[in-house]
Design a protein around this ligand. Sequence first.
Ligand code: PMP
Length: 519
Amino acid sequence: MSLSPGAPEFADSHLIELLDGFGLAVKYVRAEGDTLYHDDGAGGEIGVLDLASGFGSLILGHHNPEIVAHAKQLLDEQVPVHAQFSGYSFGIDVAAALNRILRRELGTEEKFYGLFGNSGAEAVEIAIKHAEMDRGMKVAELLDGIEANLATAAEAVAGGAAPSAAALAALGVDTFDALAEEVRRRNAVTAARQPLFLALEGGFHGKLVSSIQLTYNADFRTPFKALAAQARFVPADRVDLAAKIVEEERVALLDVEVRAGAVELVERDFPVFAAFFAEPIMGEAGIKPLTADTARKLREVCDAVGVPLVADEIQSGMGRSGSFLASVHSGLRPDYVVLAKSLGGGIVKTGVVLVRESRYRKEFELLHTSTFGKDGFSSRVALKVLEMLEADDGAAYRRAAERGARARSAIEAVVAEFPDVLLEVRGQGLMLGVQFHDQSGSADELFREWSEHHVFAFALAGYLLHEKRIRIFSTASNPNTLRFEPSIFITDEQIDAFAAALRDVAQVVRDQDSAKLAR
Ligand code: PMP
């Protein structure tokens, strides 16, 4: 097999070296449906079943003919790609279409506002910014209220009232003016604190400056900790622990009240947290759907803390789970929904945050802009994708559910045959994960080494690519889980080819035959 890597000295050389080590540094030259092609070195091409699927970006496959035809037409018709600040953008149409879908799926009459970016992580950053702006406005409202109370107290003092001895002692001052000054000084320090976010252990929300701090994987997150606001993480099966965290992080603003001729100090809860981020199906954690119980507790915690619940549907959304939103399955009721990946139809880069009207801050639009966000081309392609998914009363969602069930039962049969090698298959619709047992205790030295370096799945992937012409990778934060996220057009033959390949590779692992994998 001729697999020709590019010129690694110019970019990504470290990653290419790693991929090359497992025979994965392949130059693909063409893509169609669920197949990627590389050349065979003799003028022909070799097809590979692509189950990596743009890490979940190809719900309609590579170069879907309808999407490609639409994109060509947009270019031929010279549809404006750039018409910023013109009062109309094609993004409005995308937001309108998404409103119809979200209202139906979330069972609400409420309107959602769309804020556009160019990728998943960028959309998450927009959600972070919007939530922080919302929090900042709440802080400003609280401080305004405190100023008004200080003015009322000052008037009362002018009319003969005085601060109580307890109030003066608490702040170590002896006049009302000094007390008011100390209240303002301490509140300014509190107000300048960085916000905190809540997120789930194992969660993945992107790798940009702020979004990486919501991504649980410490290898990705900690080198950049100093750059952005932090998250406190809770396990998905113990969301109730958030209450304890909120109590630990509790901070108060100082306020005053005039009671019976005395100025007293009172505390007001400061909004420390800006938002709670959760994936309805945790993708990079190893394809783990949230339970109905977790979904309910997330809503309860967010209501109690007063923060928006952000459903990161970047990977799980767009029909992959068998409904447009994966939130539907667990009954998750988010305030924000984030979409990207498949929204671009496999050919454009786009992402969007949809914010419930009751949570929306209109001021945000004037502050956040992006040259390419909601550009005419991406927006019109995204609209086409939504039309295709919604066609025939949601036939695409039914197809995702049916194909997913077909694949799942094929994989389950292999898991049942190899319980010593395969732990389980998890997920919903066409978002499936097959977890291998950890090999760090293997008698085979290579198996142990791969496991230790979190590259066991790379070895499996290299074998499957070379021996079976199947391309598949693990999830980012769960290296023992292979991610199966093909398009809704995956055929029975392709599913069966994967199941047969999985059976074969499971046998190699059962035999602890690292030499065969490494070959
Ligand atoms: N959130 C989730 C749930 C994701 O799965 C991903 C990508 N794996 C992202 C955010 C980041 O998206 P992008 O890679 O487009 O920045």
